[in-house]
Design a protein around this ligand. Structure first.
Ligand code: OGA
Ligand code: NI
Length: 349
């Protein structure tokens, strides 16, 4: 990436600080009670912890999550093998406006270019999404993954990993449902034809880490994200008091965050929180987020059980498929318009 292209430079108020605050009460949740015999009080304790973390941070780390370490090591190793290749090799599986899955090195977040390269994989194939954000256009596009020649096992690795992530995401949703006073399976039907994907992120060393970001500040637009980060560190989360907090890497832990959809379903009880990733001049960094999303035809609106006369719905219903189709377009190219946000569906009070 060499000389710093102005496209990467963040506005002064969004530039990272080179000294940072780490940890500081970032919730760490032990999911062991999920795997042991039905210890009712341990599960109740877990539900409380999850509820508190969702409310106070919108983010937490989990350990004893049940995902075999070998599967995580496998995807991490294969991701490194893929990104190590020449740009020419990687571009053979590059994303285009039509083929929206695959390799990509010019993503923009809020119209500033990110210091990273990514490889996107749909967990279920074909992934179905609306052909365009236009509400009158009923056409649905089928998305297929593109697989590189090297490493040859990447496909199987990602398929395996995706299934593990789906299992974990479903368990987390049971805890979230219980924490909202809902039946454990309340959210399952939304994910019957889920539209989830895995992203391999590679953040190369950056000569000007004080000006650029690996990924600029953003909220995740989907339901729930489960992130594996390596031991380099760089993820920062905006604490409720506005301070950016660096999440200290914990070996074999996953970082979980509430996406915009949970914010809407819960009618703002659990908010989707801004986060970003810093880069550094010496070390490259890898991360693997899994984005758990409902089916494209899902209309997202506050759950009836969580609204009433005193607490009316704060959002109008919107189509997840159309929302994501619009976001994808804005990530693909720099646009001179504000990107679509859930706040556009907020009912003003
Ligand atoms: C993302 C993201 C953070 C990271 O890809 O949405 O927030 O640490 N990534 O890679
Ligand atoms: Ni994110």
């Amino acid at each position: 990436m060499g000389e710093v292209d102005p496209a990467f430079i963040q506005e002064p108020e969004h530039r990272p600080r080179i000294s940072y605050i780490e940890g500081e009460g970032f919730p760490l949740i032990d999911l062991a009670p999920l795997h042991s015999s039905n210890n009712v009080s341990a599960i109740e304790g877990l539900v409380k912890e999850v509820g508190k973390a969702c409310k106070e941070w919108g983010f937490f780390q989990v350990i004893n999550h049940g995902v075999p370490l070998e599967k995580r090591q496998k995807i991490d190793g294969d991701s490194r093998k893929f990104f190590e290749q020449s740009l020419e090799e990687k571009r053979k599986v590059r994303r285009t406006e039509k083929l929206v899955l695959g390799y990509y090195d010019t993503e923009h977040t809020k119209n500033v270019r990110d210091w990273k390269e990514v490889f996107d994989i749909a967990v279920e194939e074909p992934a179905l999404i609306p052909a365009s954000p236009d509400p009158d256009d009923k056409e649905i596009t089928e998305l297929y993954n593109q697989w590189p020649e090297y490493p040859p096992e990447l496909r199987e690795t990602c398929q395996d990993y995706g299934q593990e992530m789906v299992k974990l995401a479903r368990k987390l949703f049971e805890l979230i449902a219980l924490s909202l006073g809902l039946p454990a399976d309340r959210f399952h039907s939304f994910f019957k034809d889920h539209n989830s994907y895995i992203r391999l992120n590679h953040y190369p060393p950056c000569p000007t880490p004080e000006l650029a970001l690996g990924v600029g500040r953003h909220k995740d637009g989907g339901a729930l994200t489960i992130l594996a980060q390596d031991d380099v560190g760089g993820l920062e989360v905006k604490r409720k008091d506005g301070e950016w907090i660096r999440v200290k890497p914990t070996p074999d832990a996953y970082i979980v965050n509430v996406g915009d959809i949970i914010q809407v379903w819960s009618n703002d009880k659990y908010e989707s929180v801004e986060h970003r990733a810093m880069v550094n001049p010496e070390k490259e960094r890898f991360s693997v987020p899994f984005f758990f999303n409902p089916a494209h035809y899902t209309m997202i609106k506050p759950l009836e059980e969580l609204t009433n006369e005193q607490n009316p719905a704060k959002y109008r219903a919107y189509s997840w498929g159309k929302f994501t189709a619009s976001k994808r377009r804005s990530n693909f190219q720099k646009l001179n318009v504000e990107n679509l946000q859930i706040s556009h569906f907020r009912i003003s009070d």
